[in-house]
Design a protein around this ligand. Sequence first.
Ligand code: ADP
Length: 153
Amino acid sequence: MTKALFPGSFDPFTKGHDSIVKRGLKFFDEIVIGIGINSTKKYYFTTEERIEMISELYKDFSGVSVIGFQGLTVDFCREINAHFLLRGLRNGADFEYEKNIAFTNEMLALDIQTVFLLTEQKYAAISSTILREILNNKGDISEFVPEGMKFPK
Ligand code: ADP
């Protein structure tokens, strides 16, 4: 069984993230969507809200689970026995940023392999940061999030 952790803030989860999970399932038997909890960061949706919103999307996928975690990503990988770290790339800037995280994680944990999947081109402009801006200005983000995503009331 191959298990990957897909870590992120997912604030909110987007069509781009969904596409990485769906493509990842072609390579991994199990994908754990790990919501990193950083006490110094301000989020739009609470961890519980994000867990609920994302779990609902994958309720019919036995290979996908959603958990919040604190601390080092590689430590959490070991805790759940995942040997792969899945990350999505939209462009060169993502690559430059992700590359340094991956190199550092490799120094911390040689037994955990980072795997990058390129996003589908049509989702390359979707970013959670921009979606939070739209939400803060009372705009509609439904076009950018997976169909059927339920927002907290
Ligand atoms: P983080 O706070 O760790 O950057 P994000 O929730 O923004 O978390 O992103 C989680 C992962 O999803 C990262 O690997 C990021 O590059 C990737 N990602 C973000 N947006 C997209 C997208 N539109 N398509 C594919 N991957 C994406």
